[in-house]
Write a protein that binds this ligand. Structure first.
Ligand code: ATP
Length: 489
């Protein structure tokens, strides 16, 4: 039986997980998309955006969970039966067909319902193909939509990249899908063409009134084009909101850092509306945190007001390190209480100059701290030794060899070394977040695990590292077998 769901939600993704082998690429995601919205899936390379889009399109089947389109469970339905169409980054046009025939291709294969009157004068439902005239009308309408009405006869190989992408969009639109899925469709275009196509896609979205789901790793593109931005990292949704919400009120340090220039700093919530960071106390607009709860906070570069060194106002005194003119404003690096702020202001301050920095309550955005402990499943593989992520580490334990354990390693319990042979695990640095007095470094191990490390050392993305774990900071928890649990119950 068809499951009934609220129809305003054209797409619902319910507890969807996708694993490839041992790797979880999409981790228990829930997402509702309203009819007619322009929704962007945004996140760094490898975060699972394309995989999520492909599951909505039907090219990939979830390992777990359900996908609904217009209330119908489509989880196992093949792509061609779904009311969606996809535009890929690589246009995948047929090189031997001209523009018109490329766009018409899908229509020629399609069969539609038709009412036929039989010999007894009764109406009968039959299936038929589109007529030549119907195809011509639909193709011409789609070509007009993408601004290529005079290009039907052209060889696709003679078109520019931007024009080829328009043909691909026309080909997806010609079948009149209810949802258009776009997977980094502008990725192969140069910057100027990209900007032009962004405006055209927004116009098409307005004119067609259908739902667009757009994948990109470009935050500016996402903020410019979307009604709703879904920020993904590591297969987990970090935040869903309007462009303004994800920019102004990032849910956590990852979103703050990924969406635009920002200063992300660790602080302590002293009480409601009162936060301390970098040794000073500030009034903020946030409440509901525990007393003395550790938090992350973000201050956008344009929310810091620069005042003369002698001003009575201003909470921090800083020294300008560098100043770059950016056309309508100056971008400055300013050192204050051991933190290097990025500041944007129409007022210029010269390198070496001391300035007072004023941060108003609405310029401070408080966020819950992301987790601070790495969690792995491992096994005791010898006396005082545990095996995780492809390596054996020394620990203090009486547990027997072969015991399955959860291994908890706090972010500050790990040291990285640039001589891989000094560490037990080999990994690459994938993300670096400056948090004021330290860096939070994300590494990806050779066994496909993410590790987070708080360190005062500077690392670059792509650095090859070895991992050393401080055994005094590791906690082990025995993992009970399902059958043991059952016995207890
Ligand atoms: P990008 O912007 O680089 O395309 P993305 O966010 O779209 O990244 P996905 O393409 O969804 O990321 O891939 C997420 C992870 O899943 C990657 O680590 C990728 O290598 C892995 N992955 C994707 N498809 C497969 C597959 N068929 N088999 C194994 N691993 C896969």
């Amino acid at each position: 039986m068809r499951e009934q769901r609220t129809f305003d939600k054209i797409i619902e993704v319910k507890n969807v997980t996708k694993t490839f082998g041992e790797t979880t690429v999409i981790d228990d995601i829930n997402l509702s998309i309203r009819r007619g919205q322009f929704v962007t899936l945004l996140g760094p390379s490898g975060c699972g955006k394309t995989t999520l889009l492909r599951m909505i399109a039907g090219f990939t089947t979830p390992t777990d969970g359900t996908i609904f389109i217009e209330g119908q469970n489509v989880t196992d339905m093949p792509p061609y039966k779904r009311p969606v169409n996809t535009v890929f980054q690589k246009y995948a046009l047929f090189p031997h067909l001209n523009v018109f025939k490329n766009v018409a291709f899908g229509l020629k294969l399609k069969r539609i319902e038709d009412d036929k009157v039989n010999a007894r004068g009764e109406k009968q439902k039959t299936m038929r193909k589109f007529t030549k005239e119907e195809i011509a009308e639909k193709v011409n309408r789609a070509l007009k939509l993408v601004g290529l009405e005079d290009y039907g006869h052209r060889d696709v190989n003679s078109l520019s990249g931007g024009q080829q992408q328009r043909v691909a969009i026309a080909r997806a639109l010609v079948c009149e899908p209810k949802v258009l899925l776009l997977d980094e469709p502008l990725g192969a275009l140069d910057l100027k063409m990209r900007k032009e196509m962004q405006i055209e896609l927004m116009k098409m979205h307005r004119e067609l009134g259908i739902t667009f789901i757009y994948v990109t790793h470009d935050q500016e593109e996402a903020l410019t084009m979307s009604d709703v931005v879904v920020v993904l990292n590591d297969g987990v949704i970090q935040q869903i909101g309007t462009p303004k919400q994800v920019y102004d009120e990032p849910a956590n340090a990852f979103v703050a850092d990924f969406i635009g220039e920002s200063n992300v700093i660790s602080g302590t919530m002293l009480k409601d509306f009162d936060v301390s960071f970098l040794g000073a106390e500030f009034v903020c607009e946030d409440k509901g945190f525990a007393k003395n709860e550790k938090v992350d906070l973000v201050i956008r570069p344009e929310d810091i007001k620069l005042l003369p060194e002698t001003a009575a106002e201003g909470q921090l005194l800083g020294t300008v390190i560098s100043t770059v003119f950016k056309g309508t404003w100056y971008e400055m690096e300013i050192m204050a209480n051991d933190y290097e702020f990025t500041v944007q202001s129409t007022v210029e301050a010269k390198p070496g100059q001391n300035v007072k920095m004023l941060i108003e309550p609405d310029g401070i955005h408080i966020m819950k701290k992301l987790r601070t402990v790495n969690e792995f499943e491992g096994e005791i593989d010898g006396e005082n030794s545990v095996y995780i992520c492809g390596g054996s580490f020394e620990v203090d334990t009486n547990l027997e060899k072969g015991t399955a354990v959860k291994v908890l390693v706090p972010f500050d319990g790990v040291e990285l070394t640039d001589d891989e042979d000094d560490g037990v695990i080999g990994a690459n640095v994938t993300h670096v977040l400056y948090k004021g007095s330290y860096y939070q470094v994300q590494i990806y191990t050779d066994t496909d695990e993410d590790f987070y490390i708080d360190t005062t050392d500077e690392w670059d993305i792509g650095d090859r590292v070895g991992v050393i774990i401080d055994k005094s900071k590791v906690t082990l928890e025995v993992i009970e077998e399902e059958s043991e649990k059952d016995d207890k119950e």
